[in-house]
Design a protein around this ligand. Structure first.
Ligand code: GSF
Length: 204
């Protein structure tokens, strides 16, 4: 059986879990936290990062963007990435913004785990600026629409929902994205009504 290797807090793993569920693709979920000494993630992904998708023949694919594209391709159920080039770009650009927000936020989380004297306030500020600019761009793209791209629920919404959920997990008392961007707040509420979002809320 195919396997997904990942942790319960990773927003990138969550994106893959939601896409697989939307596409009705079965897999075995192997929980592995890449930061723990006992991790086997580097045996599957030389970068030591999750998510990793292990196919029937044992071949492993990563990262999350490659995996979700593969999953959308192998199951005809509920297409999440448009086939036409321009709509496809709109969805993927949105995914890139959402993933970039997570990357910047995760860098701050890790920087703050270092001893206080070794932390760089400039580096942290640079990353937080990326998060805030990314959120503003997503809110502009969304505008008054119900969904992020192409007037329909796509991978773009899944990626954005995972990024917003990650900010809630790690920055709930620091980044008030709901107040700054009411449109994103409404989008997130709409997404959280979906069972696949509810069933994958990060667990610490
Ligand atoms: C990012 C994966 C990632 O940063 C993707 O799959 O889209 N571009 C990649 N994964 C983190 C966990 S998390 O922050 O979601 C990870 O595995 N970090 C371990 C490490 O050693 O960096």
């Amino acid at each position: 059986m195919t396997k997904l290797i990942g942790s319960l807090t990773s927003p990138f793993v969550r994106k893959v879990r939601i896409v697989a569920a939307e596409k009705h693709i079965d897999y075995e979920f192997i929980i592995d936290v890449p930061w723990e000494a006992t991790t086997h993630v580097p045996d599957f992904n030389p970068l030591g990062k999750v998510p990793v998708w292990v196919m029937e023949d044992g071949r492993a694919i990563y990262d999350s963007r490659v995996i979700v594209e593969y999953l959308d391709h192998i199951s005809p159920v509920h297409p999440l990435i448009p086939r036409e080039v321009r709509p496809c770009l709109a969805v993927k650009r949105c995914e890139a913004l959402a993933d970039g927000i997570i990357d910047a936020a995760a860098l701050v989380f890790m920087e703050r785990k270092r001893p206080a004297t070794q932390q760089s306030p400039e580096w942290i500020a640079r990353q937080i600026n990326k998060v805030n600019r990314g959120l503003a761009a997503l809110a502009t793209d969304l505008s008054k629409n119900d969904w992020c791209a192409e007037g329909a629920y796509t991978l773009a919404d899944i990626a954005v929902g995972c990024a917003l959920g990650y900010l809630d997990l790690r920055y709930s008392d620091e980044i008030d994205w709901r107040r700054a961007h009411p449109g994103l707040s409404e989008l997130f509420d709409r997404l959280m009504e979906r069972p696949n979002f509810k069933n994958t809320v990060p667990v610490v």
